[in-house]
Write a protein that binds this ligand. Structure first.
Ligand code: SF4
Ligand code: SF4
Length: 299
């Protein structure tokens, strides 16, 4: 069974009110995502750029994009309407760290205007190592990195290109840079005491067998939770960019993989792949009650 009860006490203290990390808390505490980050610095084959980033969110959804100022206004409106709101995250619709000015400005404003709220962000990890100091300064204590491989040969099937230090890389070279940066990011975060969760998108026939190795690699670098997410592949999400005809895993396949990783690390089993502008308890999405149009009308 997933849970936080077998984690060290200092981690339990940090995550007990966090709906995403604590299975107990997800019934009582709410979270919201603010979609302030449109750009991305890599291409995942399962991504459809018209929609939200699949790092954390359900692809195939178009979220309402906000400026940092609008996002802060929305946080205040939601916090007064939903008192259990304990966490604000930036999870897209692109990569938060490919939009560092917008992402960090949002967190600065939330810190100033709603100081008790916990902050989190999710990223593909490529730019993470450059921003660990800022993440620590802004007291962002939860970071999610999507790591789908540690073997660049497998990575080349998932990522056609990355854009890194003003240059585009492709193939095995791109996957190798990405993997090194992701693992370096996990190490740097955990060295600073920032909680690090790893998401992996399970893609049958491509990385499904390999994710046990990913699990061991991230555990040994200090990630505290691993969340295996099924590739969502269905007609209403559009054909994913480079994986035409690719099926998603069955529920049994996901559970079998989670079981084979369970003895090695805490696995998260209740992630809902929320949209990049989700609002509310994990099982619900009250985002449509808090569009900018409605928030402006509350003034
Ligand atoms: Fe899409 Fe991947 Fe970028 Fe997320 S990280 S926006 S899934 S390309
Ligand atoms: Fe939590 Fe998963 Fe939703 Fe993120 S996508 S807010 S980790 S349940």
């Amino acid at each position: 069974q997933t849970g936080i009860s077998n984690l060290p006490n200092e981690i339990v203290e940090k995550v007990k009110n966090h709906p995403c990390y604590s299975e107990e808390a997800h019934h009582h505490y709410a979270r919201m995502h603010v979609a302030v980050a449109p750009a991305c610095n890599i291409q995942c084959n399962y991504c459809n750029r018209k929609y939200d980033c699949a790092n954390e969110s359900r692809p195939g959804i178009v979220s309402e994009k906000l400026t940092p100022e609008q996002a802060a206004k929305k946080v205040l409106a939601v916090a007064s309407a939903i008192p259990q709101m304990s966490v604000v995250g930036v999870a897209g619709p692109g990569d938060p760290l490919a939009n560092p000015d917008k992402t960090f400005k949002t967190f600065e404003l939330v810190n100033k205007l709603a100081p008790g709220i916990k902050l989190c962000l999710s990223t593909n990890g490529l730019a993470l190592a450059d921003h660990v100091d800022t993440i620590a300064r802004l007291k962002i204590d939860h970071v999610t990195i999507t790591i789908n491989m540690i073997d660049p040969e497998i990575g080349a099937k998932i990522y056609p290109w990355i854009f890194y230090r003003h240059k585009r890389y492709t193939g095995v070279e791109a996957a190798s840079i990405l993997s090194n940066r992701q693992l370096q990011g996990v190490e740097m975060l955990t060295a600073r005491g920032i909680l690090c969760k790893v998401n992996s998108v399970m893609i049958p026939g491509i990385n499904d067998q390999h994710l046990v190795a990913v699990n061991m690699a991230v555990k040994s670098r200090g990630a505290f939770l691993h969340n295996v997410m099924p590739l969502i592949s269905s007609p209403e999400h559009g054909t994913v960019f480079g994986l035409r005809g690719q099926r998603g895993p069955t529920a049994q396949e996901v559970t079998a993989l989670q079981d084979s990783c369970e003895s090695k690390m805490n696995m998260m089993r209740h992630c809902r792949q929320c949209r990049a502008d989700a609002v509310g308890l994990l099982g619900e999405d009250r985002g449509s009650e808090f569009t900018m149009e409605k928030i402006m009308a509350m003034d």
